[in-house]
Design a protein around this ligand. Sequence first.
Ligand SMILES: *Cc1c(COP(=O)(O)O)cnc(C)c1O
Length: 393
Amino acid sequence: MNLEDAGFSTKLIHAGEIEDQFGSATVPIYQTSTFRFKSAQHGADCFSGASDGYIYTRIANPTIRALEQNIAALENGFGGIATSSGMAAITSVYMALLNGGDHIISTAAVYGPARGVLEQDFARFQVEASFVNTADIEEIKKAIQPNSKVLYIETPANPTMEITDIAACAVIAKEHGLVLVVDNTFCTPYLQKPLDLGADVVLHSVTKFINGHADIVGGIIITKESVLYKKIRHCMVYMGCNMDPHQAYMVLRGVKTLSVRIDRNQDNAIKVAAFLETHPKVSWIKYPGLASHPQFELAKRQMSGPGSIISFGLKGGLEAGRKLMDNVHLAVLAVSLGGVESLIQHPASMTHAGISVEDKQEAGITDDLVRFSVGIENAENIINDLRQALEKV
Ligand SMILES: *Cc1c(COP(=O)(O)O)cnc(C)c1O
């Protein structure tokens, strides 16, 4: 079936489907490390590229390929490269696009390890990195050097919820010959399509919304065209960052409900945000769906919905944050986001507890900040749970 003009939800269900000899309705798990060649000639053809037969699962596998084709169709890309984790997707992209002596410009509040691996590991190979507030286009322009090769952005950024203008970044990237990479984990292609806005590469931690059920870790990279696709896939295969067929099957199952899940996550988040905005113990709230968000207009233009991640501040700082964590019962006290279940996190006492005050400040992480990933439970239950926990703060 030609899905070119099909709607997003139709693609979720059918893009990447395969026909096998048994007429399986879902993509089976091809749990095999290697593939039988029909003859010496067939083996030679598979290696030379004259045949597109499978060789070895680190290189390619039918279950993994089905997922890669599915997500590439959703992002309007040339092809997908599935990886063992979101971080494997990020490091494969860095490895493929950066040489010693090159420079990358990245969002300051980017996912912690995506910054750490540049500062601690790629630095050992003379890769230079600048971390700037990419929500301010002038800051990006100021950071460009003659050896700049990649502009890497995460929008909305985590947990500050700051938004970077993807189309404006694409213009700058083109002007200066930079590859524009966007981490689209928070929005998924249902809410934001970076390749349509001019990005060259999109990547995801599929651990979050795309799989959506908090039961696997995985990642994927999608490129706009074939040259970058081949370059990044080559690196991924050589480094052995591939996804496993069982993982791919789980994600294929999870992604089918992406649009219905996000619709519900988001409806709930809008209600939770309205509740928090007027609560006397909440000092501030950042959610792209509220007119109080500093980039509300950009969010409306760039995203087809505000999503379901909310950051808010508690009067009473660190202690208040701890109290809230110990009194929520419905929301799971855990890192990660984008699942069917509500998840709550207090960075200052949890994920960022070991980080210096200056580094926390620079990343916009204050002691009072709470991050809430709104699930698909009944909205009144989520709100009542927060209400009773806030009473104890
Ligand atoms: C979780 C996350 C990652 C890392 O993904 P893993 O699957 O945990 O390796 C990268 N970027 C963002 C925005 C994330 O939320």
